[in-house]
Design a protein around this ligand. Structure first.
Ligand code: MF3
Ligand code: CO
Length: 291
């Protein structure tokens, strides 16, 4: 009798997780610096330069640059651009823009990948909520990244959080999360919706990126003529949050969050009934930094 096939998921040693953590902190620093620099009149190419400087100063390698020919360190996606927008000197930010910034870095051959969305100045309340829901959904997914859970427990937690927030949010299906380690994109994909309790059992040593893409409308996408920029088909704005998480015996370790995910995981909503395994009522205490 054949054993049911499970995809061969890369498992990391503690030393390899340590390299990914270093890469994660570099990504966190680059994203923070780019987000802090984002203001009306600043171009997305300016933000790219800021992030590039942080990554290179740390002795790390920007992973997006040259990836299938991609020309920049960051992806910067504005308003109806969902993901993979290319930074440019003529793309100047304006008050009220919704900006998503995505960044990846490599340390000693080990990858980390993260993204966040923010408003340039004030966003209308509906769009501020879109960002909140997307970020909460990401944290709900990350909270499921523990040994013994099944892959789609993550997917389901993301979806349940979005659905619980009401109608009007499109969960993009054409672009999804991924496992990560010695390469940025590794199989299997990490979907942002689906039934819980399916797919491979998660075990300590695995790492993956949870990255919901939400639109304020239809989830349908169109690819721009530049071959990269993905837009919402209906022109409605979109949000993107992403973290790289290591699965450890103690639970999720969010490598691209400076606090290891402590704050976000503590806030993470308990997924809707039907998700399994049941998460602990309170997150275990977590060290802020691990070796
Ligand atoms: N960070 C994107 C992802 O999350 C990948 C961007 S690759 C690039 O999967 F080439 F577009 F930069
Ligand atoms: Co990613």
């Amino acid at each position: 009798m054949w054993k049911r096939h499970e995809p061969d998921i890369e498992r990391k040693s503690p030393a390899q997780f340590a390299a990914m953590r270093e890469a994660g902190l570099v990504v966190a620093g680059a994203l923070r610096a780019a987000a802090d620099a984002a203001a009306p009149g600043v171009s997305t190419a300016d933000l790219d330069a800021v992030a590039s400087e942080v990554i290179l100063a740390a002795g790390a390698v920007p992973s997006f640059k040259g990836y299938h020919g991609y020309p920049a360190t960051l992806c910067t996606s504005v308003n109806e651009e969902i993901v993979h927008g290319i930074p440019g000197p003529r793309r100047r930010l304006r008050h009220g823009d919704l900006l998503s910034i995505d960044c990846g870095a490599i340390v000693d051959g080990w990858h980390a990948d993260a993204a966040l969305s923010l408003g340039i100045g004030d966003l209308p309340p509906g769009l501020a909520r879109l960002l909140d829901v997307c970020e909460q959904a990401m944290w709900a997914g990350l909270a499921q990244a523990r040994p013994g859970a099944r892959l789609t427990d993550i997917s389901h937690a993301v979806e349940a959080t979005v659905r619980a927030a009401g109608r009007g949010y499109g969960i993009v299906e054409d672009y999804v999360g991924h496992f990560i380690g010695s390469e940025m994109h590794m199989d299997p994909p990490v979907l942002n919706q689906g039934k819980p309790g399916r797919g491979p059992v998660l075990t300590a040593g695995m790492a993956l990126a949870v990255e919901p893409l939400l639109t304020a409308g239809s989830p349908e996408t169109v690819l721009d003529d530049d071959g990269w920029t993905v837009r919402s088909a209906d022109g409605r704005p979109a949000a993107h949050f992403e973290h790289t998480v290591a699965i450890t015996a103690d639970g999720p370790w969010v490598l691209t969050a400076p606090d290891g995910g402590a704050a976000g995981l503590a806030r993470a909503a308990v997924p809707a009934a039907g998700a399994r395994p049941a998460p602990p009522a309170t997150a275990p205490p977590r060290p802020a930094v691990r070796p």
